[in-house]
Design a protein around this ligand. Structure first.
Ligand code: GDP
Ligand code: ZN
Length: 315
């Protein structure tokens, strides 16, 4: 039995990086199942697996998946209850944010953070294009950064174009499995290009490949950064989807709201309308930021949020 890391998946074939750093084509042993989740793909990039080498065919047969520390999943839109695992064992999600050109909304940021909390993926908030901002915008950037730092998120201001602070990102990526997310135009490709110019070429190839359709749902790949570590470049990863949680639990994924909620009068408080709600008090006193609370409220009320069926209904 040998061990390896899945770095590419086409849905039927997997590329496994062996312990001796060779790439081996692998398929899955007939009946490999993972407890609990019904997925269209039992194995995803980032999975640590065990395989048996088939001397005659020069391929590997995967027969065991190690327990995942986390995974990013996409539930299918239809009612088939099938889910697709986009990636497993992600160490860092870098969320690239710009104050302007284009402006990233706090709602986008908070939705992303909710998903990342739900998936248990550490996020680093990267404020890009510092070189472009005027005095007022710099003040706003600092205010925003303060909000997220106070909650406990790691934040970093950079200029990808001027390579300011990009060395720090390169170090953070080293030896890790990384995801870069953010709206289009915020500088993801520029930053990736700074980290390793070869990567940008490859990510473009993957995007072009997907324009042709066909493999969009099953294909995913991790690319090695020259200085160490991987980035996952997979369709659907850039915004990673939507909240896929119980509505009653939404506040669990706002760490500062969750912390204060223990002081609410009612233990099933939704922090929307109840009397003696410690969360609403904390917003009034400035302990919880208004924009964070507004986004909590908005996501809670939003009919389009794809919540799981109510906990009560399923019990
Ligand atoms: P992506 O859609 O997130 O991959 O964004 P791109 O990397 O394509 O960048 C969009 C535009 O923003 C390009 O014109 C980049 O040159 C520009 N850009 C990226 N980073 C910076 C930066 O730090 N400063 C400035 N001034 N422009 C940047
Ligand atoms: Zn409350």
């Amino acid at each position: 039995m040998a061990r390896g890391l899945v770095i590419k998946s086409t849905g039927s074939w997997y590329t496994v990086l062996t312990e001796s750093k060779k790439q081996l084509n692998c398929k899955i042993k007939g009946k490999l199942r993972i407890g609990g989740i019904r997925t269209t793909n039992p194995i995803a990039v980032g999975d640590k697996v065990e395989y048996e080498y088939q001397e005659n065919e020069k391929i590997g047969v995967i027969n065991k998946i190690h327990q995942r520390k986390n995974y990013i999943i996409r539930r299918s839109i239809n009612l088939s209850k099938q889910a697709h695992i986009i990636a497993a064992n992600v160490d860092n999600a870098f969320l690239i944010i710009t104050i302007a050109f284009p402006e990233t909304s706090t709602q986008f940021i908070d939705r992303f953070l909710v998903s990342a909390e739900a998936y248990r993926i550490p996020v680093i908030l990267i404020f890009n294009k510092e070189d472009l901002y005027n005095g007022e915008q710099i003040i706003y950037l600092k205010k925003l950064k303060d909000i997220y730092e106070n909650i406990g998120y790691n934040c970093l201001t950079i200029s990808a174009i001027n390579e300011k602070n990009t060395e720090i990102i390169r170090d953070l990526c080293s030896g890790k499995i990384n995801v870069f997310a953010g709206n289009s135009g915020v500088g993801k490709s520029t930053l990736i290009n700074v980290l390793d110019p070869d990567l940008k070429l490859k990510t473009n190839e993957i995007s072009e490949y997907h324009l042709k359709g066909k493999h969009t749902t099953t294909f995913s790949e991790m690319l090695e950064i020259k200085s160490g570590g991987y980035i996952i470049d997979t369709p659907g990863i850039k915004g990673f989807g939507f909240v896929d949680i119980y509505k009653e639990e939404l506040y669990h994924f706002f760490p500062e709201i969750f912390k204060i909620s223990k002081k609410c009068k009612y233990n099933n408080c939704s922090h929307i309308h109840e009397p003696s709600c410690a969360v609403i008090e904390a917003v009034k006193s400035g302990q919880i930021s208004e924009s964070r609370y507004d986004n909590y409220y908005y996501i809670f009320m939003d009919e389009d949020s794809r919540y799981r069926p109510s906990l009560k209904a399923t019990k």
